[in-house]
Structure formats: C-alpha cells, structure tokens
Design a protein around this ligand. Structure first.
Ligand SMILES: [Zn+2]
Length: 100
C-alpha cells in the first residue's frame, strides 16, 4: 500500500532535527525536566545532556501531546529525564530518542 508510517517520512527527519536542537538548547539554557509542558510532566530538575542515553537521568525529548492521543508529530517537544519520560509512559505512548 502507498501509505508509509509518518516516522519514516520527511516529517520524521524534521522531528529528529528538532530533538537535536532541543538537546542543544537544554544544554545551553539548562532547561528543566518538563520545560514547556502544559500537562505538568517532568520533575523540574535540570538535565545533564552529557549522560549516556542508557542512563536513567539522560536527556530525552518527549511529545507533550501523546501521538496516540492525536498529538502532532511536529507538535511541542519537552525535554525530560529518561526516568521521568518512562514514568509518563504509563499514561501515554512515548517515543524515547536515544541521543548519542
Ligand atoms: Zn525529570
């Protein structure tokens, strides 16, 4: 069939760029976990973006609006700790980006 998953398309590359940009901004501006979330996710502590992706407190970029709940792929991204992100996953579909 002609329809590809949105994650494989052009939008996904733009999305990855936005995640990378958010990671840089988190490092430079010391954005707290959950910064910009309108849903109150995140613990509010700073994120060490130099931690390896496997670390529980490493940087992840999360959709504030869950994709499964109608959120847009290019909607707002929120910096979060991996551990906080996975706590949220109890409530929503979560994409964890392993930054390397
Ligand atoms: Zn956190």
């Amino acid at each position: 069939m002609g329809s590809h998953a949105v994650r494989d398309g052009k939008g996904h590359r733009a999305y990855r760029r936005r995640q990378a940009a958010l990671k840089r901004r988190t490092a430079v501006e010391d954005l707290p976990c959950g910064y910009g979330s309108t849903h109150g996710w995140g613990c509010g502590n700073s994120i060490d973006t130099t931690l390896p992706p496997t670390h529980s407190l490493s940087f992840t970029a999360d959709h504030d609006e869950p994709l499964a709940g109608g959120g847009k792929l290019l909607g707002p991204l929120v910096p979060m700790h991996r551990s906080c992100n996975s706590r949220k996953s109890d409530h929503a579909a979560v994409e964890i980006w392993s930054a390397s």
